[in-house]
Design a protein around this ligand. Structure first.
Ligand code: SAH
Length: 278
């Protein structure tokens, strides 16, 4: 062990006021889907660092005095790199502030929340995690597509369709199985390739599949089709992101179970506030 201790660094650390970072899931869009804990932390935060998928209804819950920092992350337009965000969180906490790091959906599902916490842990910054409703759960619920159902699917996989270096690193054979549901995040760009791969691996060309755009919001749109027709149908409908793809026989249940985006007259009363937000 090194006998020499950097006393200045040690003193600086001891005298630095200790803030805390709360890694908070904002849910898929509808602000009513936020946890009570998330709402409370937003009201009490000194500073909120948020991503682009966090909707206006959630941001409205941030206290008036809190500083807001947009950390972005649109697909082609990363406004702040991941190392910059990690460093920012450390810096804000070292200022002794209550920092809410707000992410769409659940922070541990395709949200890089784990990476941000690793950076905090390495710097000795205390943190807490507040789960959120991940898009797969929120969006499927509002689309009327149960992710499991005893007659159709006994398991459910969440995967990312994000093309890193234009190639998929997915276990296609495991995805192309009957009696399961596959939910594919970030799948809009690669949709045609994803559907073709699943058919190539053995799923029927007429296997049910759906894309839900802007799920849980008043602007939600759902396209149901088959693996053979989905990509063209989505293109034709001109869906805009964020979009989630759901593959499996459970998609057929939507005809019977849709409730949210039926039509304006039939929409349940509690869906109306969303219409005002969108
Ligand atoms: N941590 C988030 C996921 C971040 S990755 C979560 O747990 O939900 C971003 C992807 O999530 C989008 O590309 C899209 O596939 C999906 N997504 C998030 N919100 C969505 C919404 N309201 N409707 C449809 N898809 C959504």
């Amino acid at each position: 062990m090194n006998a020499f201790v950097d006393m200045n660094a040690l003193l600086a650390r001891c005298h630095t006021p200790q803030g805390r970072v709360f890694l908070v899931g904002a849910g898929p869009g509808d602000a009513d889907l936020l946890t009570l804990r998330a709402a409370r932390l937003l009201a009490e935060a000194d500073v909120v660092v948020y991503d682009h998928l966090v909707g206006p209804g959630v941001l409205a819950l941030i206290g008036a005095d809190a500083e807001r920092i947009y950390a972005g992350k649109e697909r082609a337009n990363h406004s702040m790199g991941q190392p910059d965000i990690n460093a920012l969180l450390v810096r804000l906490a070292r200022q002794g502030r209550r920092v809410v790091r707000l992410k769409g959906g659940d922070p541990f599902v395709f949200g890089r929340g784990g990476e941000e916490l690793q950076a905090l842990a390495a710097e000795g910054v205390p943190f807490e995690v507040v789960p959120g409703i991940t898009a797969a759960c929120g969006v499927s619920a509002y689309a009327g597509i149960p992710l499991t159902h005893r007659d159709f699917a006994q398991s459910c996989l969440f995967v990312t369709g994000h093309l890193k270096d234009h190639s998929f690193d997915l276990d296609w054979a495991a995805l192309a199985r009957p009696r399961q549901t596959v939910v594919i995040y970030m799948s809009l760009t690669g949709l045609a390739t994803i559907c073709a791969k699943l058919v190539e691996q053995g799923l029927a060309a007429d296997w049910p599949a759906a894309v839900v755009a802007q799920g849980t919001l008043a602007s939600q749109r759902v396209v149901t089709a088959t693996l053979a027709t989905l990509a063209a149908a989505v293109e034709r409908e001109g869906l805009s992101s964020p979009c989630l793809t759901i593959v499996g026989e459970v998609v057929r249940l939507r005809d019977e179970l849709r409730w949210f985006d039926q039509d304006a007259a039939a929409a349940p009363a509690h869906a109306l506030p969303n219409a005002l937000e969108a």
